[in-house]
Design a protein around this ligand. Structure first.
Ligand code: ADP
Ligand code: ADP
Length: 227
C-alpha cells in the first residue's frame, strides 16, 4: 500500500481557473519524493488537497490506504505538514507552539514533553524554547514548523518549499536532518520545490508538474540519465 495515492485529481478554483487537470501520483512508503515545477504549476494546490486545506473538484486521494473523503480525521494522524508560510502565533513561546500541537493530536504531556525536547534539540531550537517565536530567524522559524509537524510522529511528512528563502548553510543542515528521519525513522517525505538541485540532492523519485499536469514521473537517477 502506498503512502500517498492520488487518482484523477482535478481542481478548478472558484474563479474558473483549472489548477489541476486530473493528475495521478503514487508515493511509496519510505520514499523521499519531490514534486518539482515552476511557480503556479499546481504544487501547493496538490498538497493542499492532501491536507484537506483545499477542496478538490474531482478525484481520489488515499493516505496509507485511507480515503481522505471517507475518514480525514484518521488520515490526518499519519500526516505532518510544513506549510510555505509561517502560520504560528509569533507571540507564543517556541515550546508552547510545539506542545499545543501535541494537544491537537491527543498526546499526553508525559509523552509530549520528551518528544518536544528531542525535536527542539535535534533542530537546534533548544536554547530558544522559552522565547517568543517572533525572535527566531527565518530559518529557525522554518525548523520550528518542522518540529511541530513531527510532534505526533506522522508516517508522512509533507513540506511545501521547505528551503525557500533559507541560506545555503542552513539549507544543507535542513537537508541532512530530513535525510536522517527518512533513513532512520522510515518517515516518507514529500516536498515541493522549484530547484532541480534540491530534488536531485535529496529525493529518490520525482514528479514534474506544469500547468496542472504531471509531465514526468520517474526516479531522480533516471531523470539525470536523460539530461
Ligand atoms: P475555492 O474555489 O477553493 O473555494 P476560491 O476561488 O474561492 O477557492 O478562492 C479562495 C481565496 O483565494 C479567495 O479569497 C480568492 O480571492 C483567493 N485567490 C484568488 N485567486 C488567487 C490566486 N491566483 N492565487 C492565490 N489566491 C487566490
Ligand atoms: P505552485 O505551488 O506550483 O506555485 P499553486 O498550486 O499555488 O502553484 O497554484 C496553481 C495555480 O492556481 C496558480 O496559477 C495560482 O495562481 C492558482 N491559484 C491558487 N490558489 C488559487 C485560488 N484560491 N483561486 C484561484 N486561483 C488560484
Amino acid at each position: 500500500e502506498s503512502a500517498l495515492s492520488i487518482q484523477g485529481l482535478t481542481k478548478v478554483y472558484g474563479n474558473g481557473f483549472h489548477a489541476l487537470r486530473g493528475i495521478d501520483l503514487e508515493v511509496a512508503q519510505g520514499d523521499f519524493f519531490a514534486l518539482l515545477g515552476p511557480n503556479g504549476a499546481g504544487k501547493s494546490t496538490t498538497l493542499g488537497v492532501v491536507c484537506s486545506l483545499v477542496q478538490k473538484t474531482a478525484g481520489q486521494v488515499k493516505v496509507f490506504g485511507i480515503d481522505i473523503d471517507k475518514d480525514f480525521a484518521k488520515a490526518k494522524y499519519n500526516i505532518g505538514v510544513v506549510p510555505q508560510e509561517f502560520n504560528f502565533n509569533q507571540f507564543e513561546k517556541v515550546e508552547d507552539i510545539i506542545l499545543t500541537q501535541a494537544g491537537y493530536y491527543g498526546m499526553r504531556m508525559k509523552e509530549a514533553k520528551p518528544r518536544a525536547q528531542s525535536l527542539l534539540k535535534d533542530l537546534g531550537l533548544w536554547d530558544k524554547r522559552k522565547g517568543s517565536a517572533r525572535m527566531l530567524s527565518g530559518g529557525m522559524k522554518r525548523r520550528l514548523m518542522i518540529a511541530r509537524a513531527l510532534m505526533h510522529r506522522p508516517r508522512l511528512l509533507i513540506l511545501d518549499e521547505p528551503t525557500a528563502g533559507v541560506d545555503i548553510e542552513l539549507r544543507r543542515s535542513m537537508w541532512d536532518y530530513l535525510r536522517r528521519i527518512n533513513r532512520e525513522e522510515g518517515t516518507t517525505i514529500i516536498l515541493t520545490t522549484h530547484y532541480l538541485e534540491e530534488a536531485e540532492s535529496l529525493c529518490r523519485n520525482i514528479a514534474i508538474i506544469n500547468h496542472g499536469d504531471i509531465v514526468k514521473n520517474t526516479s531522480v537517477r533516471g531523470l539525470l540519465a536523460e539530461l
